[in-house]
Design a binder for this molecule. Structure first.
Ligand SMILES: Cc1cc2nc3c(=O)[nH]c(=O)nc-3n(C[C@H](O)[C@H](O)[C@H](O)COP(=O)(O)OP(=O)(O)OC[C@H]3O[C@@H](n4cnc5c(N)ncnc54)[C@H](O)[C@@H]3O)c2cc1C
Length: 447
C-alpha cells in the first residue's frame, strides 16, 4: 500500500455528473480537489453510451424542480458547445401516441413542457394528420413537436468540462477504482485499486462526493447508507438503420406506450428512431434504446459485468427488484425488451406502429450499448434526483433529468451543501474563473 494522500474534496466517478461537480466546485473553491475514476478517461459509461439527447423538459412533472433544471441546463450545454465547437445538432423531436388511450399522456407532456419554461412557439401539439404533413412516413393519433430538441455527444461535453476543471487545479486520478470507504477521526479514508497495475493505494479527504453513476448505491452501502433504495439496471441496446425512408425522417421520433405496470411510469421507455453522433462530424440514424433488465451497471453483453454483489442484491434485498421482476406485467415488459435486444424483427415491429414502412432489411448492425439506471424505494420508481448525505459523504444516486439536467442539478447540489455548512472552512475564490461561460451564482440561486 502506497503513501496516503490528503485532499479537501474527493469526487468518485468522472461521468457527466462527476465532471460537473468537479467543475462547479473548482470554480467556487480554490482548495484541493481530486476526481477519481476507474477508467482511462472521463465519461466511459452511461455518459458516452446514451442517445445524446439534450432534452426539452416535456416528460418531467412540472410540480417538481427537475423540469426547470433540464430547461436551465439545455442553455448551459448550448453555450459550452458553441464556445468550444462541440457536437450540437438541433434536430427537433416528435413524442407521439399511436393509440387513443395514450393520447392523454401527450397532452399532459404539452402542459408540463409549458409549465417547465418551454415557449408555445417551440412546442406544438398536433393531431395525426398534421404530424403526417410534416413527417410523411410517420403515423400517430397525436404528437407533440419540440422544435429545439438537440443531439450532442455528452462524452465530448464531459471531456471539455474535465479540461476546464484541470485548468482550475483539479487533480484527475484515473485507472483508480474505489474498493473501500471508511470514516476515521472526522475524515474519509478511500481505498483504491489501480485497474491497470492492480496496485493498491489510498487517499483521505474531508468531503467525499460519490458520483459513481450505476455503482453509486453500491459505494454508499460501504458506509451503511442508502438502505431504503434499490437500483434497477436496464440494458439500452441500439440498432443502426439506413436507407431513404429513415433518412427522410428529419426529427427524432419517440412513441410512448403505457406498459401497464402498476405504479410505474415507463411510458417513455422503449426504442425510438433517433439520430446519434458517431464521432468526427458523422451522425447516423438508430433505433433504440431498449430497456431490458440486467443485473449490474456494466452488463453490456451477456451477463458480463455482473458481480456476486449484484446477484446477492437480487436474491436478498427486501425491497429489491426481485419482487418487481416477479410481477406478471413486469415479466412481460422485460420479455418484450429482451426480444428487441436480440431480434431486428421485434424492434422493427414495435416501431412500425408509428413508422409503418420500416422493415428489418434496413437495419445494418448494432449501435453502442449502454446501461440505464433507475432508482426505486418502497413506493416505486423515482423521477426526481436522489441524493443522500451523511455529514460530508454525499452520494448522487440518481439525477432524474438525465445527462441533460446535470449542470443545473450539480450547481444546485453544491448550493445545498453550502447551505448545510458541509463546505465551511474550505478556501473560497474571490472570483469565478469561467463566470462568463457558466455563472455559478446565477444558476445556483435558482435551485
Ligand atoms: C442507453 C441510455 C440512453 C440515455 N439517453 C439519454 C439522453 O438521450 N439524454 C439524457 O439527458 N440522458 C440520457 N441517459 C441518461 C444519462 O446518460 C445519465 O443520466 C448520465 O450519463 C449519468 O451520469 P453519471 O455521471 O451519473 O454516470 P456515469 O456516466 O455512468 O459515470 C459514473 C462514473 O463512475 C465511475 N465509477 C463507478 N464506480 C467506480 C468506482 N468504484 N471507482 C471509481 N470510479 C467508479 C464509472 O467508471 C463512470 O465513469 C441515457 C442513459 C443510457 C444508459
Amino acid at each position: 500500500v502506497k503513501e496516503q494522500k490528503y485532499f479537501d474534496i474527493a469526487i468518485i466517478g468522472a461521468g457527466v455528473v462527476g465532471v460537473n461537480i468537479a467543475f462547479w466546485l473548482s470554480e467556487v473553491y480554490g482548495c484541493s480537489i481530486v476526481l477519481v475514476e476507474q477508467e482511462s478517461g472521463a465519461a466511459f459509461h452511461q455518459s458516452s453510451r446514451n442517445t445524446g439527447g439534450v432534452h426539452r423538459p416535456i416528460l418531467l412533472d412540472s410540480r417538481t424542480e427537475v423540469g426547470r433544471m433540464q430547461e436551465r441546463s439545455y442553455h448551459l450545454w448550448r453555450t459550452l458547445a458553441e464556445e468550444y465547437n462541440l457536437p450540437w445538432k438541433k434536430i427537433g423531436r416528435i413524442t407521439l401516441a399511436t393509440e387513443d388511450e395514450d393520447a392523454f399522456l401527450i397532452e399532459r407532456y404539452y402542459q408540463w413542457g409549458l409549465s417547465n419554461g418551454v415557449t408555445e412557439e417551440e412546442l406544438q401539439l398536433l393531431d395525426g394528420k398534421s404530424i403526417t404533413k410534416i413527417e410523411p412516413s410517420v403515423k400517430c393519433v397525436v404528437g407533440l413537436v419540440s422544435k429545439n430538441e438537440t443531439i450532442t455527444h455528452y462524452g465530448e461535453l464531459s471531456q471539455q468540462l474535465l479540461e476546464l476543471s484541470l485548468g482550475n487545479g483539479v487533480r484527475f486520478s484515473r485507472y483508480e477504482k474505489v474498493i473501500g470507504i471508511r470514516k476515521r477521526e472526522g475524515k474519509f479514508e478511500v481505498e483504491l485499486r489501480n485497474t491497470a497495475s492492480g496496485d493498491r493505494s489510498s487517499l483521505s479527504c474531508k468531503v467525499l462526493v460519490n458520483a459513481a453513476g450505476g455503482a453509486a448505491l453500491r459505494l454508499a452501502r460501504m458506509l451503511g447508507l442508502g438502505r431504503g433504495y434499490v437500483d434497477l439496471h436496464l440494458r439500452g441496446a441500439y440498432w443502426m438503420v439506413e436507407g431513404p425512408l429513415v433518412e427522410g425522417i428529419k426529427r427524432n421520433i419517440y412513441p410512448i406506450t403505457r406498459h401497464g405496470i402498476e405504479g410505474i411510469d415507463l411510458s417513455y421507455t422503449g426504442p425510438h428512431l433517433i439520430t446519434r453522433y458517431h464521432g468526427r462530424g458523422v451522425w447516423k440514424k438508430e433505433l433504440g434504446p431498449t430497456a431490458a433488465p440486467v443485473l449490474g451497471p456494466f452488463a453490456y453483453n451477456g451477463i458480463s459485468g455482473v458481480t456476486t454483489e449484484d446477484l446477492e442484491k437480487f436474491i436478498l434485498d427486501p425491497i429489491g427488484p426481485r419482487k418487481l421482476y416477479l410481477t406478471r406485467d413486469f415479466l412481460s415488459f422485460a420479455w418484450n425488451q429482451w426480444m428487441m435486444v436480440n431480434s431486428r424483427q421485434s424492434v422493427v415491429a414495435y416501431l412500425q406502429k408509428c413508422i409503418p414502412e420500416l422493415n428489418a432489411g434496413m437495419i445494418s448492425g448494432h449501435g453502442i450499448t449502454g446501461v440505464i439506471v433507475e432508482v426505486m424505494n418502497k413506493k416505486g420508481f423515482l423521477s426526481e434526483p436522489v441524493v443522500i448525505d451523511d455529514h460530508s459523504f454525499v452520494s448522487v444516486l440518481y439525477v432524474g433529468g438525465g445527462a441533460t439536467a446535470s449542470p443545473a442539478f450539480c450547481a444546485g447540489l453544491i448550493a445545498n451543501l453550502r447551505r448545510k455548512g458541509l463546505l465551511d472552512g474550505l478556501r473560497e475564490r474571490q472570483t469565478q474563473p469561467h463566470q462568463s461561460l457558466w455563472n455559478y451564482a446565477k444558476v445556483s440561486e435558482e435551485f
